[in-house]
Design a binder for this molecule. Structure first.
Ligand code: SF4
Ligand code: SF4
Length: 326
């Protein structure tokens, strides 16, 4: 999967060319967009170049909230963009970063909006304090677990039947700790983050610098270094793969997927990478955060049978969604 982000990828006049080239090389391509520049003609042209998936960034379930973050008029233009993506039959998901004091209260209402707009679903993530978020002094400390639970309760109460995704390692624990809340929610995905596999490589298109997901440590440069070599042997990735559970993470049923939380969120807050994630409700019961040692075995890479089956299941589900939600 190749995700083209930004800035804003739709500002590039050669985006279609990039998509066609990538699809020709065997990638499934997705764009992350604010959708504000998209009209029907552009969306159709993106679809013709091979684009099938779009993730639209949204900062609230209400116009006033979204425009408070992105500026007046952005909600209306985003709505037009979403309509254009749908008219071009591009599988569209809303993506919301949960911002304390801004959109956490109304986050569950995004499920109603997804239904109203007839898009494929909603994805939620926690903010990482870097870049603009850091410069603007964005508040990132919040009641995330409680918000996840309210979102789940709303999904149940409203019989929500679209994708509901949490791009957050702590969500691995939802299915264990909140069984009553999670059971029976059809499109629920709580295992998007698989930090032990370190699969998410980010490349800055301008400089060629390579990062691991949202962690701000430069691993190398794509013009100079062998990407495969970096991915297999970079000390940071090796350390992340070899984290061993400490404190409340010891014996936690979610460890294999969660791996002690999100290193990018932790880095944004503390400057450290191999430290427990303070947003976890179990970690909050400890007197202090504990650092991970990295002498464990890397438990990643080779897919075991159950994971393969799960992957096949996911692909089938994605296809069904793309057919049924048009
Ligand atoms: S206790 Fe550790 S492994 Fe378990 S959910 Fe919390 S951060 Fe993740
Ligand atoms: S760094 Fe790991 S846990 Fe954090 S968002 Fe990326 S994959 Fe998920």
């Amino acid at each position: 999967m190749l995700t083209l982000g930004g800035g804003e990828p739709t500002l590039r006049s050669d985006l279609e060319e990039i998509i066609a080239l990538s699809v020709g090389r065997g990638f499934r391509v997705r764009i992350v967009t604010n959708a504000v520049t998209l009209d029907r003609e552009r969306a159709k042209s993106l679809r013709s170049s091979g684009l099938k998936l779009a993730q639209v960034s949204i900062d609230g379930a209400r116009e006033a909230t979204h425009d408070r973050v992105r500026g007046k008029g952005n909600w209306r233009r985003m709505m037009e963009g979403i309509a254009a993506l749908k008219s071009a039959r591009i599988f569209t998901v809303l993506s919301c970063v949960l911002l304390p004091e801004i959109n956490m209260e109304e986050a569950p209402l995004l499920l109603d909006l997804a239904r109203e707009l007839k898009v494929a679903g909603v994805k939620f993530a926690r903010p990482v304090k870097q870049g603009q978020a850091k410069l603007n002094g964005l508040q990132v400390k919040g009641e995330y677990w409680e918000t996840f639970c309210r979102i789940l309760d709303h999904a149940k109460a409203t019989r929500y039947k679209r994708l509901l995704m949490f791009f957050d390692p702590l969500a691995h624990n939802l299915a264990l700790a909140e069984r009553r809340r999670t059971s029976g929610i059809w499109g629920l995905t709580t295992d998007l983050c698989q930090c032990n596999n370190t699969e998410l490589i980010e490349v800055n298109g301008g400089t060629g610098d390579v990062y691991y997901c949202r962690v701000r440590v430069k691993l190398g440069n794509i013009w100079r270094d062998d990407l495969s070599e970096l991915w297999h042997h970079h000390p940071l990735l090796t350390a992340i793969r070899r984290k061993t559970p400490e404190g409340s993470c010891q014996g936690c049923g979610a460890w294999n997927g969660c791996r002690g939380g999100c290193p990018a969120v932790v880095q944004g807050k503390t400057g450290e990478i191999l430290l427990q994630d303070e947003d976890c409700s179990e970690v909050q019961k400890q007197p202090a955060l504990v650092a991970f040692s990295t002498n464990g075995h890397a438990n990643s890479r080779v897919l075991v049978g159950s994971e393969k089956a799960r992957e096949v299941g996911r692909n089938v589900r994605d296809r069904l969604y793309s057919i049924t939600l048009r």
